[in-house]
Design a protein around this ligand. Sequence first.
Ligand code: HEC
Ligand code: HEC
Ligand code: HEC
Ligand code: HEC
Ligand code: HEC
Ligand code: HEC
Ligand code: HEC
Ligand code: HEC
Length: 423
Amino acid sequence: MKRALRYCFVSLVILVLGVGTGFAEEGEVCVRCHKAVTPLMVKDWQSSKHSENDVICSVCHGSKHKSKKTAHLAEMPTEATCAECHEEQFDQFAKGKHNFGWTAMNALPVTHLEPDELMEGGKGCGGCHNMGIKSEAQKKELREKDYTYRTNSCDECHTRHTFSKKEAQDPKACQQCHMGFDHPQWEMYESSKHGERYAMKEIGRLPKDAAAPTCQFCHLPKGTHANRVAWGFLAVRLPLPEDKQWAEDQTTILKALGVLDPEGKPTARLDIVKAADMARLTEEDWKNEREKMIKRCKKCHSENYAREELERGDRMIQRADRLMAQAINIVADLYKDGILKKPDNYSYAYPDFLHFYRTGGSHIEQVLLKMYLKHRMRTYQAGFHVNPDYAYWYGWAAMTKDLGQITEMAEDLRFKAQFQEKK
Ligand code: HEC
Ligand code: HEC
Ligand code: HEC
Ligand code: HEC
Ligand code: HEC
Ligand code: HEC
Ligand code: HEC
Ligand code: HEC
């Protein structure tokens, strides 16, 4: 009701302004010329709810540009522009994990060593991490580097200029970003029973109201724009698990993430992890998210079924962490024994996952990184997304193979070092 009133108000303002200042006519001007300049974009807009509701070009782009020569004066709308009429969605988005996408990317050392085109330019990391309301400093940096089209995250799921709700409700809206190397949720979902059912329903093989969860059903329940899960991407949490071995293994992983130093003391990166909400930091926060998820499963499964499934997912993290920690310790010992030298840009003589594939990095460390970023992720993510093939062949089996390779390479490196010493 509040929203409906708001739209009436907005429409009224537009109408009054329109009559008062020639606003409506101004809208016509943009559309008329752009029908020739960008005809299919205008068609998109014409098919949108915005066009039906007089949300004309200049509402989002301002009216400083009205001719061919002044195109550079057109403004690009930020999330705040959308918030003027969609406060509810904006507020939810601001509280969710997506709002940390840009900040999380920029927090990594690697981001500042790679080509700008891939980051601010959006051809790589920045293409997916353009998620989050940017601070003034972040916007300034973009302007100074002349990147003008990375100002809005609201058009990532309902793309411009249709801004369609239906589009955003389809799992494909998540595909561009949630796919590939270290987070193939799309591939896992698409080939899981959940995804298959959804596809069958779409082509009419199953009844229209057949039970088939989408990404949105589980992660953005009831249309909310705030997303957050219990484990998160890193799949670490505080307090550490009760099981002693598992707690030790998670500590080893935190060292390789540079969140703890090799002695186990917190580093400055812990503050970044906290600030970017990368892990749940209390038992309560973690449980809260877990219970929310079980509520979703319960719409179709029994509670016991869902709980056991998710607990088995947790245990897969535990098992994957055992392999992972063994591998990290093997490489860490090579540093300790002086067989691998500390790279200049590392803080410690210890593996550092956040430097990714450092140029000139040793092969053994690259296998270790792949084991973490690609194979550990698949092992546990597939556990949660009900995909047996990803969990076993692309996950667990690949981790086992990595550990074997790392063990063998470490032996070779030690042998070589001994040989060189003798010479
Ligand atoms: C007389 C024709 C004309 C009119 C009127 C016009 N535009 Fe444009 N507009 C253009 C041209 C030409 C470009 C540049 C297109 C290109 O780069 O290929 C452009 C570009 C733009 C851009 C993109 C700018 C960029 O940096 O890429 C936006 C946004 C835009 N117009 C919005 C509007 C709005 C809003 C209005 C009305 C207030 C409007 N236009 C009126 C011709 C026009
Ligand atoms: C001046 C007000 C206004 C602004 C600014 C505005 N919108 Fe809207 N938007 C509306 C109205 C009005 C509707 C139609 C509401 C309805 O039908 O319930 C709408 C509908 C939508 C819908 C739902 C479309 C559908 O298929 O049902 C989406 C998504 C949306 N807007 C996104 C955005 C985004 C993203 C921005 C910023 C880039 C934005 N809006 C800016 C007024 C606005
Ligand atoms: C294909 C899209 C895509 C690309 C390219 C990409 N990311 Fe991501 N990134 C994501 C998604 C999606 C997530 C969340 C995955 C999850 O939770 O499983 C993520 C997660 C992260 C996180 C963890 C955030 C957290 O809170 O745990 C960091 C940090 C990160 N990415 C940095 C980068 C950097 C740096 C690059 C480039 C070297 C990069 N990403 C490239 C999509 C991408
Ligand atoms: C509801 C808000 C909204 C309305 C209304 C709107 N736009 Fe946009 N437009 C956007 C957003 C968001 C972007 C992307 C900005 C970014 O990411 O920096 C954009 C980008 C653009 C671009 C540059 C990017 C590209 O793909 O070429 C042009 C040109 C443009 N709009 C023209 C128009 C025209 C013409 C109209 C009217 C027919 C219009 N816009 C109406 C929100 C809007
Ligand atoms: C991660 C994808 C995603 C992003 C990013 C996103 N949305 Fe949405 N949006 C959705 C989904 C999914 C729906 C459909 C919700 C539903 O089923 O009711 C939706 C629906 C909407 C609607 C229509 C609401 C209704 O009930 O009619 C509006 C308005 C909207 N979004 C605005 C925004 C704004 C503003 C932003 C940026 C602050 C934004 N969205 C960012 C996924 C997204
Ligand atoms: C049946 C419900 C369900 C569906 C459908 C689903 N997910 Fe998930 N998702 C989960 C569960 C459960 C977790 C793990 C939650 C936890 O940490 O306890 C999860 C975790 C995630 C994570 C965090 C990292 C990870 O993989 O554990 C991302 C990102 C994610 N899902 C994205 C997606 C995307 C994108 C889709 C659609 C292509 C999707 N999910 C479909 C239930 C679902
Ligand atoms: C433009 C790229 C992009 C799109 C589209 C996108 N996401 Fe994301 N998503 C990200 C990034 C980047 C992150 C990691 C942000 C962070 O944590 O810093 C992420 C994180 C997540 C998470 C993890 C939350 C957590 O607690 O760790 C979930 C769940 C998720 N997205 C679900 C979705 C769903 C569902 C859709 C489709 C409706 C979607 N995303 C569309 C880029 C995207
Ligand atoms: C919208 C309904 C719906 C929701 C929500 C849902 N599921 Fe399912 N799920 C199904 C259907 C239907 C099947 C296929 C039935 C079958 O396998 O016999 C299924 C199958 C499964 C399977 C078995 C796959 C196989 O190999 O047989 C598991 C495990 C599962 N779901 C776990 C979960 C978990 C965990 C959640 C919550 C995170 C969840 N589901 C949420 C509908 C749903």
